[in-house]
Design a protein around this ligand. Structure first.
Ligand code: HGY
Ligand code: MN
Ligand code: MN
Length: 422
């Protein structure tokens, strides 16, 4: 397909913006940008500059979300956003592409002097990955009016609580409630995001309409045994917390493999064993655990199964297991009407509008509690993400902005300011 020059130009502008943003990191050798860090401040300032350049006014809320407002005088608003925090050793597209696409779409609409029945807010959320605190989706939760104030007490690895970090960032927890949008004033929420999976590339398609986002359960698992001398305690007498954790991890993996029909996945991403010496039997282990699946019931049943397995291992090895949940999101469907309008927008570009679910979590999941929600996926090379090798092509990014602009025009034409509910 021949790509019109203006779409190619938008794609290369997106790439230049993402490269500039991707260089803002707390580490020289890899991309790490944590919530409410000095790097978050730098990235937020750069995004605010781009928003103003595109003709928007800019505000920041109590959670540090940067909000670009286009046509702030309109009674209702379409929200477009994604996150600007990253995982550790991240790629530069996961999150920022959705903010850059929103800014470039507003630039396009402003250049056309588009007269829409609603205004547009572009939102750059600071905490989707949960890489610093045990929270996740903090910024979008505040916008949706569902922020969990208990998370203010969550400490980062240096013992700084979320509340302290908000204060150090120059915001006040007293203003969190004011960050919530009035649902009656919001037409809908749209998020452009790399697919972070292999489907679009396998189908040879640049864009896809997201049908829904899988639910997630995240927790910490603590295993208590007894530290001991690695040379003198016979194997049959050990209360080895790490060996017990390892036995449970294999059962976690097996449980997810046995539930592949609903796409279940389970991951242990981080583990600490103490006291952490070569010649000491570990007496205490802590590890992260997350389960995802398109069925909330099956996910919860799998977790109960793992707890029963832990109980059995605990009796056999004289260990204690504790499960500390800290994040739960239900499987969330994208609004059918907005899915159809997004498919219409993609088709208007002469592209096939395939539809697919998201195995990754997104801010859109929580924004769905505020208003109708849609997501547009962009092909990424090899489906690779949460990895510096992550890449979206300039052409595909240009097409995603063109599809977003077309979606906005279709939505505006269809229901002047009306909500996108079916
Ligand atoms: O983990 C996720 O699914 C998202 O990238 N935070
Ligand atoms: Mn991510
Ligand atoms: Mn993301």
């Amino acid at each position: 397909m021949a790509i019109p020059a203006e779409i190619a130009a938008i794609g290369s502008r997106a790439e230049a913006m993402l490269a500039e943003l991707g260089a803002i990191s707390s580490e020289p050798q890899r991309l790490v940008r944590l919530y409410l860090s000095s790097e978050h401040r730098c990235a937020a300032d750069l995004i605010a500059f781009w928003m103003r350049e595109a003709g928007m006014t800019v505000t920041e809320d109590a959670l540090g979300t940067v909000r670009g407002h286009w046509r702030p005088d309109r009674e209702t608003r379409l929200l477009i956003g994604s996150h600007i925090d990253t995982v550790i050793d991240a790629g530069k597209y996961d999150g920022p592409l959705g903010v850059v696409a929103g800014i470039l779409a507003v630039r396009e609409l402003a250049a056309r002097n588009a007269d829409l029945p609603f205004g547009i807010d572009v939102l750059a959320f600071g905490d989707e990955e949960g890489s610093r605190f045990r929270t996740t989706l903090a910024g979008s939760s505040a916008c949706a009016g569902v922020f969990d104030r208990a998370s203010l007490a969550f400490p980062d690895r240096n013992g700084v609580t979320l509340a302290d970090a908000i204060k150090a960032y120059g915001k006040s927890v007293d203003d969190i409630a004011a960050a919530a949008y009035d649902p009656a004033a919001v037409v809908g929420y749209v998020e452009v995001h790399i697919e972070q999976g292999p489907v679009l590339e396998a189908e040879g398609l640049p864009l896809g309409v997201v049908t829904g986002i899988v639910g997630q359960s995240r927790m910490r698992v603590i295993v208590l045994g007894e530290a001991g001398h690695a040379g003198t305690v016979p194997m049959r007498m050990r209360q080895d917390a790490l060996a017990g954790a390892a036995e449970l991890m294999l059962l976690i993996e097996q449980t997810a493999v046995e539930n592949q029909d609903d796409g279940m996945v389970a991951t242990v991403g981080r583990i600490e064993a103490s006291p952490g010496a070569t010649n000491v039997i570990p007496g205490r282990v802590g590890f992260s655990l997350e389960f995802r699946s398109s069925s909330d019931a099956r996910r919860k049943a799998a977790i109960e199964q793992i707890k029963a397995d832990a109980q059995r291992i605990g009796v056999k090895r004289r260990l204690e297991f504790a499960f500390e949940p800290f994040h739960e999101t239900s499987t969330t469907a994208c609004t059918p009407l907005l899915q159809n309008l997004m498919a219409e927008a993609i088709a208007a570009l002469g592209l096939e509008a395939t539809r697919l679910p998201s195995g990754a979590g997104h801010d859109a999941q929580v924004m769905a509690s505020l208003c109708p929600m849609a997501m547009l996926f962009v092909r990424c090379r090899g489906g690779v993400s949460h990895n510096p090798a992550e890449l979206a092509s300039e052409t595909d990014m240009g097409l995603s902005v063109a599809a977003l602009v077309r979606f906005i025009e279709i939505l505006a034409a269809r229901d002047a300011g009306q909500r996108g509910r079916t």
